[in-house]
Design a protein. Structure first.
Length: 172
């Protein structure tokens, strides 16, 4: 039976920053563990970093709450940032005064930020404890190894071919 991993989301809509600038911070935390991502956003020197930090904390709280409601066993230390998106929101059209009584139009961009957390899968193929084989197993392996490795003749290294020396032409 395949166990489906659960995702926990948090969204912050209509943030007054361009999506391009928000992606600079989000790219720093994608794929990282939650604690590492919180530390990164706490010390990032971007204006949107505190918003992302608050959103990440909210996603962790959402995960704790949902796991408690559904009776799931959630390891918060095992959570990581699976998805971090900064989508375009609506644009505010503004006008800036220009020379000679004209006006220049510009747009204030808004961003919808979406964070998604998931729990890392425990790798089943990893060895957590090394067991030493019994003495009888070591002896059988040693005997099998002795049978397989028969002495082989070493090949001689190939002799280097030297180019014939050119004879100096006699000038007449």
């Amino acid at each position: 039976m395949a166990v489906q991993t659960r995702e926990y989301r948090a969204e912050a809509k209509f943030q007054r920053v361009s999506p391009q600038k928000a992606r600079l911070v989000l790219d720093l935390i994608k794929g990282r563990g939650v604690q590492d991502a919180l530390d990164t956003t706490a010390y990032a020197r971007k204006r949107i970093a505190p918003v992302v930090h608050k959103l990440l904390a909210s996603a962790v709280d959402n995960a704790k709450y949902i796991a408690g409601e559904e009776g799931l066993d959630l390891d918060v230390d095992n959570l990581y940032v699976k998805q971090a998106l900064a989508n375009d929101g609506p644009r505010l059209k503004r006008i800036r005064p220009a020379p000679m009584g004209r006006a220049y139009r510009y747009q204030r961009r808004l961003t919808h930020i979406v964070l998604s957390l998931a729990e890392r899968e425990a790798a089943s193929g990893l060895v957590t404890k090394v067991e030493e084989p019994a003495a009888s197993e070591l002896e059988t392996k040693a005997k099998a190894g002795a049978k397989k490795s028969a002495p082989t003749k070493a090949k001689k290294p190939a002799e280097k071919k030297t180019a014939p020396k050119k004879s100096a032409k006699k000038s007449e």
